[in-house]
Design a protein around this ligand. Structure first.
Ligand code: GLU
Length: 370
């Protein structure tokens, strides 16, 4: 089975930091590296940022626009330019590419999610390198990914990739800011979930180099991807050719070991792609039944309903403290749940005046939070 590799490159690596002009030599090195991987029969997806940065440069703007509509307009200008550069470079190397623009909404919708999966498979079967970006021009603010870290992890999970490379402007992660703390240790390997969670909690604290949004979202991407069975590597975007050495086993960058790819594809979609639109608070009995015995959620175990949602949407299932223990697709709307919370299943038809699902969240539609 050929290996599948997702590579995400940030704006800081496709443009020059000071001027925002295109970092041509770097993009060319990336195109060469990815073409070489294709020549070794690997399946390759590139997730590239840079639409807004390149748009600014083309329109001679000195900074990123502050309004949403202007940002979306500038991204539309830059995306065409960006893909043109990639097409020129990859075509010179006789490597076909495709442009794939996604929004979070399409990854939330089950039918479009499955569609995207099929399209990626067809492109990879054709030997094409899909070049993915968020469709910034149409993405709605509440749901946009912003940077592409999370999106690249979702794509890696979707296609069941073997590797996710997050190319960025640092060589690897450090235990503290190396500019301020001479004791800062490079982090070469992150093996367990606990180690990753510890890094995430440090990253949340301000005053460390982890405090930058960049590292927070990269660790989040690493959590999603490794949870989906994808080995994840944070490494320097100025040396794309390092990907070869990393694949050969060299300890370059920060490498996160993949966790076993346990859940099936649909459950991964529930766990990572969906954005919960409500919260159900459960009593201790229901928490235990779900967490320890993998049971479905019944109305009797619900103590409080938060949010305004329809049947079929995603909700977070929380313990009495509000800590999310699982998430899943709910069979009732929030207004129905307000009426039936705390009641036995057989009482539901009398309360609502009609009979629907026996469970509020069926175990097949539920995943424990990873
Ligand atoms: N989709 C955005 C772009 O291409 C990502 C911006 C970024 O994170 O650098 O401009």
């Amino acid at each position: 089975m050929p290996q599948t590799i997702v590579v995400k490159i940030g704006t800081s690596s496709v443009t020059q930091p000071q001027t925002a002009s295109l970092a041509i030599a770097n993009i060319a090195a990336l195109a060469e590296t990815l073409t070489e991987l294709r020549m070794q029969e690997m399946r390759v997806i590139l997730v590239s940022s840079g639409a807004t940065g390149v748009g600014c440069e083309r329109l001679n703007l000195k900074e990123r626009p502050r309004t949403i509509s202007l940002n979306q307009a500038v991204a539309a200008v830059g995306q065409g330019r960006l893909i043109r550069i990639y097409d020129d470079l990859f075509s010179t190397l006789r490597q076909p590419i495709a442009q794939v623009l996604l929004t979070r909404q399409e990854l939330i919708q089950r039918t479009s999610y499955v569609n995207i999966y099929n399209t990626f498979q067809s492109l990879l079967d054709l030997g094409v390198i899909p070049i993915v970006n968020e469709n910034d021009t149409v993405a709605v603010e509440e749901l946009n990914f912003g940077d592409n870290d999370t999106m690249s992890a979702l794509v890696a999970s979707l296609v069941e990739a073997d590797y996710l490379f997050l190319l960025t402007d640092v060589d690897r992660l450090y235990s503290a800011d190396p500019r301020e703390n001479p004791e800062a240790q490079p982090i070469k390997k992150v093996v367990t979930r606990e180690e990753l969670e510890e890094l995430q909690s440090k990253a949340g604290k301000s005053g460390s180099q982890w405090g930058t949004g960049g590292m927070v979202t990269k660790l989040d991407a690493a959590r999603i991807a490794t949870g989906a069975g994808v080995k994840t590597i944070i490494t320097n975007g100025r040396r794309p050719q390092d990907i070869h050495q990393i694949l050969a086993g060299e300890p370059i960058g920060t490498q996160f070991e993949a966790q076993p790819r346990g859940e099936n594809a649909r459950k991964r979609w529930i766990a990572y792609s969906l954005v919960p639109v409500g919260k159900l608070y459960l009593d201790d009995g229901a928490v235990k039944a779900i967490r320890d015995r993998g049971k479905s959620l019944l109305a009797a175990g619900i103590t409080k309903v938060e949010g305004d949602f329809q049947a079929g949407e995603a909700v977070a299932l929380c313990d009495t403290e509000g800590k999310e223990i699982a998430r899943g697709l709910v069979s009732y709307s929030s207004s129905e749940l307000q009426q039936i919370q705390g009641y036995q299943s057989q009482e539901i038809p009398t309360i609502l005046g009609y009979a629907t699902a026996e469970t509020v969240v069926h175990r097949d539609d539920m995943v424990s939070v990873l």
